[in-house]
Design a protein around this ligand. Sequence first.
Ligand SMILES: NC(=O)c1ccc[n+]([C@@H]2O[C@H](COP(=O)([O-])OP(=O)(O)OC[C@H]3O[C@@H](n4cnc5c(N)ncnc54)[C@H](O)[C@@H]3O)[C@@H](O)[C@H]2O)c1
Length: 426
Amino acid sequence: MSKRTNKKANADGRRDFMKVSALAAAAMNLSMTGSIHAAGKEEIKVGVVGCGGRGSGATRDSLEADPGVKIMAMADVFEDRLRSNLDACKTRFADRVDVPAERQFIGFDGYKKVIDLDLDYIIFATPPYFRSEHVEAAVNAGKNVFMEKPVAVDPVGCRRMMAAGDVATQKKLSVVCGTQRHHEDCYLECVQKVKDGAIGDIVSAECYWNQGQLWYKNRESNWSDMEWMIRNWVNWRWLSGDHIVEQHVHNIDVVNWFKGTHPVRATGSGGRAHRVTGDQYDFFAVDFEYADGTHSASYARQINGCANAVEERIVGTKGVAQTTSGRTEITGPNAWKYRRKGKPVVSPYVQEHIDLIKSIRDGAGLNEARRIAESTLTAIMGREAAYTGRAVTWDEMMKSDLKLGPETINWEVACPEIKIPVPGVA
Ligand SMILES: NC(=O)c1ccc[n+]([C@@H]2O[C@H](COP(=O)([O-])OP(=O)(O)OC[C@H]3O[C@@H](n4cnc5c(N)ncnc54)[C@H](O)[C@@H]3O)[C@@H](O)[C@H]2O)c1
């Protein structure tokens, strides 16, 4: 049975995109006037790989983003997940969902069958372990991509994604990643103000993803180890990257965005005391150092009954920028607060697809792969610093052959031996 606690703090889009999407639907006529008449084809054929919570959300977001979108294919390793996405889409968008049995793919190779089809873009929303392999295959086949974050769980996967991003650039493909803050007006305006000097030079930063325990699934008697791990993936390091990578990558990515680069070194700590399943930590605290000598303090925690925060703070010589989804402001001599000023309310989850579709139609080649691969590697560097207790450098990560997960993927894969890293010993 699925258990979710501390729903209020569970802000990873799992919380509020339904609410905002409804507003976006109302605003869609206004927001779409720019893209629907853009050059190129009107119809946009979309396939989906990974039909769980976010895959279903992204499917609906793409349908809301543009009246030309048609969902043509779906893949998942579990029939029940595919069916529930398909049924939900048909209920709201019956005439724009054309996924007959021959374009429903169940199994680990389903992504290949989706990639083989004639589609304008493919949504990838499986657990992160699979992402770099799937996206690499998609760009090699000349497909545009919408992919969820994080984009890998280890340095090998990050470099694979960087290379796939380079191939996409060469082929002028569009690749958008589910880091919705980059498509959210309040963040875009605030970052621009900071780049224009509103807080002076950045001297330090802080970022947080502190919330209660995320969901977990108790094992059912007929589930193999592999089925249980995949259905319970947010608790397994090899599938999720641990929560500093799976969730906190959003905030780490925002700090890198303000800084315009990734850090060069991390030292950290973390531990596990409360979790009831899987092999992840409960909390991380990491000091990231950038090449210019400035530092960013990063905190990620999933423990019930504690103070929560999902936000970033950028400290400059002349002021401070405070940012969280839906609200950004600057304090100091150039004080400023984001105001919508009559602009239509569009969910950033829908805006991601509006921006992707516009890029596909215009052939603009919007490509976020390298940026999110670097932010994912930043989070992994922080995780490794916490697990080991060592100072871990970017150069080490860029050379590391650390690869999580089994050699081959099939339903016979057994749960790994639970070894919780002990700093100073690991
Ligand atoms: N941008 C955001 O705010 C946001 C919010 C939530 C989740 N996410 C990300 O979205 C991704 C999916 O998360 P979720 O919450 O939807 O999880 P989920 O468990 O609800 O969905 C994952 C789906 O992928 C399927 N799957 C697993 N392995 C597969 C494979 N090899 N091939 C095809 N399908 C496979 C699962 O059966 C499941 O249906 C994760 O990377 C997560 O970090 C992003």
